[in-house]
Design a protein around this ligand. Sequence first.
Ligand code: SAM
Length: 268
Amino acid sequence: MAESNGWVPAGIDVSVPSPARVYDYFLGGAHNFAVDRALAEQIAAMTPNIGETMRSNRVFLRRAVRYLAAQGVRQFLDIGSGIPTAGNVHEIALDAAPGARVVYVDIDPVAVEHSRAILDGVPGTGVILADMRDVDRVLAEAEKLGLDLTQPVAVLLAGVLHFVPDSDDPRGLVAALGAAVPPGSFLLISHATADGQPPEVVQAQRLSGRTGSEIVLRTAAEITSYFAGFDLVEPGLVVIPRWRPDPQDPVDEHPERVGAYAGVGRKG
Ligand code: SAM
């Protein structure tokens, strides 16, 4: 793939891998650089099922958005949204609930630039270049883009919290987001874990930290604690493929090998 075919925003350092682009490569996307592919290959060589975990996460996100739309949610705040690939949150949400509003947030300018291009002219959608650790700014910008924080919102934190180190208080950040949305809102989290994983998988997941953002593997108990103030809906926090599997989705032959948990909670 050409490295200068017009989609690269100015000022991007192509010598440092980015989580969004490594993830894009694993999903079969085209928005990644040699440095991202090299790191992805290194990770994949150590543990072949890491790509499966990432694809499983993406499929989970799609079925969870369908679930949330079916619960009547009409506003989605997708934080750490990444590079849009087929079956984006807004496509699923708008398909299931015409008139839905979807705001994407990502720290990566490449991801944001692509989201802007894809969302150009799509009513009800918007994108913010921001660090989720600045919750006040994320919320203020989301409101400017039309999110009504007096009405239920689904806050989506898919595959992003493990990039937030403990020193940045991920629990506090999630609590601040949860406090900003009214009862009837939902919180979605998917998060990498070392629980039940062999050492080489753990090592490979830690390698993702070489993208410049530390990756932190957390336990089920830690991740569950982020849902304080929300009631986990069935089946609770489970390895990703076990969250309300849909017969239409690709089958994960070995759900236990997926090194990440997923859960959705409702604010009562
Ligand atoms: N949410 C998408 C999904 O689940 O398919 C993409 C997940 S991707 C693994 C993680 C994304 O989180 C990347 O696009 C990365 O740029 C973004 N990210 C990492 N740290 C972030 C932060 N502090 N604030 C906002 N986004 C962040």
